[in-house]
Design a protein around this ligand. Structure first.
Ligand SMILES: Nc1ncnc2c1ncn2[C@@H]1O[C@H](COP(=O)(O)OP(=O)(O)OP(=O)(O)O)[C@@H](O)[C@H]1O
Length: 335
């Protein structure tokens, strides 16, 4: 089920929460809405679901204007951060809830619930009550309950937000695998960039109610189109007056240069076009080594090196090294 969001705007009083957002979600894809707190992700998701009215713009579902359709008519499943399972019903009956309302036959309900219990890998726990499950298990039941209604689209609002880091990580992988099995068009909101990058086919980066960039995780990481995205996704170094250190960079004198900690060459001996720097700290993290270097004007650069390179350079505090950016980004300064 493809979804087209066209020029959606939503204001709460004087505050513009969603500002002329347009985007396309392709049928069967898994898309993350990623952005800092308050950037409008949940509001946009609720507008897509039909839980919130927009002030302007349209929502198209499978080439039909769904802007004024109800949640039910949109055939959308919704899962929130805080699992809203019925406490007095077993896992089985929670999953079966929608099917029972629609008066599906007993045998069909049993078959569907069995399939969904397998899908969420909780087959043996069907007779437990929500209070007898872990947070991660409850959230999987909430997903199964949404899937039981066979929604055309699944909207997840920080589905793992209330869980601890380890369980979140497990559920990420699980969500990806689940999506590969069921292929329901899925849009999920997160403010965790690692979660978005690991799980989604495409990531929509939001900031101040607007879409900053849309792309695959690799496109967004490798080719951020704004300073905001460069800083928000992955780590970045910012060097002011970079031409003083690296005269062959083709930039204006006042430009700032952005570069990832992996995108630097380091030498132990002086070399043309390399700038001298002093190691302020260096530590070995097992798989890779990290160091902080100070340029001659005391600007800091964080570098990350694979272990072989790190070991061969034998970095230690106060050591003199020579550095050169390999891949830089320059963004127009915002007036
Ligand atoms: N019903 C409302 N009334 C007034 N302001 C609201 C309402 N809902 C959201 N807002 C405001 O709109 C802005 C966007 O909120 P939204 O929940 O969409 O952001 P978000 O990106 O999902 O943030 P978070 O990651 O913190 O959930 C916020 O500043 C919020 O305070």
């Amino acid at each position: 089920m493809s979804i087209l969001v066209q020029d959606i705007t939503k204001q709460f009083g004087d505050f513009l929460a969603v500002d002329r957002v347009s985007l396309t979600v392709e049928s069967g894809s898994l898309v993350a809405l990623l952005g800092p707190s308050g950037s409008g992700k949940s509001t946009l998701l609720r507008i897509m679901a039909g839980l919130e009215k927009s002030d302007h713009g349209q929502i198209w579902i499978e080439n039909e204007d769904a802007t004024y359709r109800s949640v039910q008519e949109r055939q959308i499943g919704f899962v929130f951060q805080h699992y809203a399972l019925f406490k007095h019903l077993t896992v089985r009956n929670n999953i079966a809830f929608g099917l029972n309302i629609r008066k599906a036959s007993k045998s069909l309900v049993k078959q569907k619930v069995d399939e969904l219990l397998d899908l969420i890998q909780l087959r043996g726990l069907g007779d437990r009550y929500p209070s007898q499950l872990s947070g991660g298990q409850r959230q999987r039941v909430a997903l199964a309950r949404s899937l039981a209604a066979q929604p055309k689209t699944l909207l997840l609002d920080e589905p793992f937000g209330a869980l601890d880091a380890k369980v979140r990580k497990e559920l990420r992988t699980w969500l990806r695998q689940l999506h590969e099995q069921v292929h329901v068009t899925t849009i999920f909101v997160t403010h965790d960039q690692e979660e978005a990058m690991e799980v989604a086919d495409r990531v929509v980066i939001m900031n101040n109610g607007r879409v900053e960039q849309i792309g695959t995780p690799a496109e967004i990481y490798d080719n951020p189109t704004s300073e905001f995205v460069m800083r928000f996704i992955g780590e970045t170094n910012v060097i002011s007056g970079a031409r003083r250190h690296f005269p062959d960079l083709e930039i204006a004198d006042h430009h700032q240069v952005f570069l990832r900690p992996h995108d630097l060459a380091i030498r132990a001996e002086p070399e043309e076009t390399f700038a001298p720097a002093t190691v302020s700290y260096a530590f070995n993290l097992g798989r890779e080594g990290h160091a902080e270097l100070l340029l001659q004007d005391n600007q800091k650069i964080v570098v990350k090196l694979d272990r072989d390179r790190f070991d061969s350079l034998s970095l230690y505090p106060q050591k003199e090294v020579y550095v050169k950016p390999l891949k830089t980004k320059i963004f127009a300064e915002v007036a």
